[in-house]
Design a protein around this ligand. Structure first.
Ligand SMILES: CC(=O)N[C@H]1[C@@H](OP(=O)(O)O)O[C@H](CO)[C@@H](O)[C@@H]1O
Length: 485
């Protein structure tokens, strides 16, 4: 650990001496804790970080819009439009890769859940399903199931390691939650949790914000902090040791996420891709999803916060949105590509500016909750490695089956606990109906097209398969299927 004097010198060079303004008022315990925190900062890079943040926030955002083009059709596969034989072939390829232990999944779970308004990790959220399952539990059970499907087909005993990127906010509660739930029956050594870095929030004048007299306002470095975290935590070595060649990266909040989706993985592998993204057709022009496109001929995502409304609203001859490929934060990477990024491109990753309300202490040491934005948080985005890909592909999937994110607190019109819950229940109603059963509501009327209390455990079915025995049955809701038929 550095001495106080050494830290002081670094702070002076970085023009950040105000960080120690309350030092004389601190007791020994506080001093030790603060010094330890300061030593963990990238002190050598602090000046550049602070000045860069202030510069970036002051300059008008560079618009990419005029250089955008849609991704050419030959790089797009579609769960909706591709031929049946191709879908079967890709699905089989994916299951084969899983059975050979070549597939891993990586969950981005370092976020603070600010919009959702919870103090705990988003994955622990219970959207109010009849089973009361949380997002983490649903995901763990899907993982069990997809391993089982691969094993049944290939007579193997496969493992899909589950890498979970957390942050200072989410690591300990996530660890505790998995432990308390006995890792949902998964082997703990195959669940690898690690932390992304945190970086200081900065004022518009380029000064690190003090959140307390001996506490800096820190924020995770965005989901694109993944690449640095892979290096910091030797994750790529772990993948190599296990023989994992393909990684499916996804974010925590999508209740319909198909982890290690064999179709997506099989499609990417068959196309020889090093990098791929799943998309859904945008629901409306201003939907808060990134647009997967090309910028000056290179694959990229233009985030919803950075696209001009006029571009988002552009329509083609037949009235369809020109930029309709909505990013659902489901990415495919080969290990070789990630290694290349780790070795050559981390420092080239773009920094995005987020202007936020950051609680701080004033000159007198009083804690203040700002009413208007006062701070800059710099973030990297996970998809900003797409431009470094040599073969990038896109896979379009059906929204109703694959995308219902939990972003907002209850009561919001969109992307809320109830929309997520209903999306899952509706999907399960469709599965039961497709299997040839009739669902009846409490009054004996057939249920169609409304979310009824019909929940099928992921341990029973992953895609809607395995429900053949329901054919011809009449089933009264509530219907909870949690054991194999
Ligand atoms: C940096 C990043 O990954 N942004 C993603 C991510 O948005 P958030 O609003 O950050 O959750 O998830 C969206 C899908 O839910 C996707 O459309 C968007 O591009």
């Amino acid at each position: 650990m550095l001495s106080l004097e050494e830290v002081k010198q670094h702070l002076e060079i970085a023009d950040q001496s105000h960080i120690l303004q309350f030092w004389s008022e601190l007791n020994d315990v506080e001093r030790e804790s603060f010094l330890r925190e300061l030593c963990q900062l990238d002190l050598a890079g602090l000046k550049e970080h602070c000045e860069g943040a202030a510069r970036a926030a002051a300059s008008p955002p560079t618009s990419l819009d005029e250089h955008m083009q849609p991704v050419p059709a030959e790089y797009i596969g579609s769960a909706r439009k591709s031929e049946y034989d191709s879908l079967v072939e890709w699905g089989n390829e994916g299951l084969l890769q899983i059975s050979k232990n070549r597939v891993g999944i990586l969950l981005l779970a370092g976020g603070q859940g600010t919009r959702l308004g919870v103090q705990y990790p988003k994955g622990m959220y219970n959207v109010g399903l009849p089973s009361g399952k949380t997002l983490y539990q649903i995901q763990a059970e899907r993982l069990h199931k997809i391993q089982e499907l691969a094993d049944e087909k290939h007579g193997t005993n496969s493992t899909i390691p589950w890498y979970i990127m957390t942050s200072d906010f989410t690591l300990s509660p996530t660890e505790k939650y998995f432990k308390e739930n006995n890792y949902f029956g998964l082997e703990p050594s195959n669940i690898i949790m690690f932390e992304q870095r945190m970086i200081p929030a900065v004022t518009f004048e380029g000064k690190v914000i003090l959140q307390g007299k001996w506490k800096i306002a820190m924020a995770p470095d965005g989901n694109g902090g993944l690449y640095q975290a892979l290096v910091d935590n030797n994750v790529l070595e772990d993948m190599k040791k296990r023989g994992v060649e393909y990684l499916h990266v996804y974010c925590v909040d999508n209740i319909l996420v198909k982890m290690a989706d064999p179709l997506f993985i099989g499609f990417c592998v068959s196309k020889g891709a090093d990098c791929g993204a799943k998309v859904v057709e945008k629901a409306y022009p201003t939907e808060p999803v990134g647009v997967v496109c090309r910028v000056q001929g290179v694959a990229q995502v233009v985030e919803y916060s950075e696209i001009l409304q006029t571009t988002a609203e552009l329509r083609g001859d037949t009235g369809e949105l020109v930029y309709s490929a909505g990013n659902i934060c489901n990415h495919f990477f080969t290990r070789a590509f990630l290694q290349d990024v780790a070795e050559n491109f981390i420092s080239h990753l773009k920094q995005h500016v987020a202007i936020k309300k950051v609680p701080f202490v004033d000159e007198c040491g009083n804690e203040v909750k700002p009413t208007k934005p006062n701070g800059i948080k710099m973030e990297k985005f996970v998809f900003d490695v797409f431009p470094f890909s040599r073969r990038f592909v896109v896979f379009e999937v059906v929204r109703e089956d694959e995308f219902s994110p939990l972003k907002n607190a209850g009561g919001a019109a969109r992307d809320s606990p109830s929309t997520a819950r209903n999306a899952l229940l509706l999907q399960h109603c469709r599965w039961v109906t497709a299997a040839g059963a009739t669902l009846l509501d409490e009054d004996g009327n057939a249920v169609s097209n409304s979310p009824a209390t019909c929940e099928i455990s992921p341990l029973v079915s992953y895609f809607g398969e395995g429900l053949e025995k329901l054919q011809g049955k009449t089933i009264k809701i509530p219907f909870i299927l949690d054991k194999r038929l």
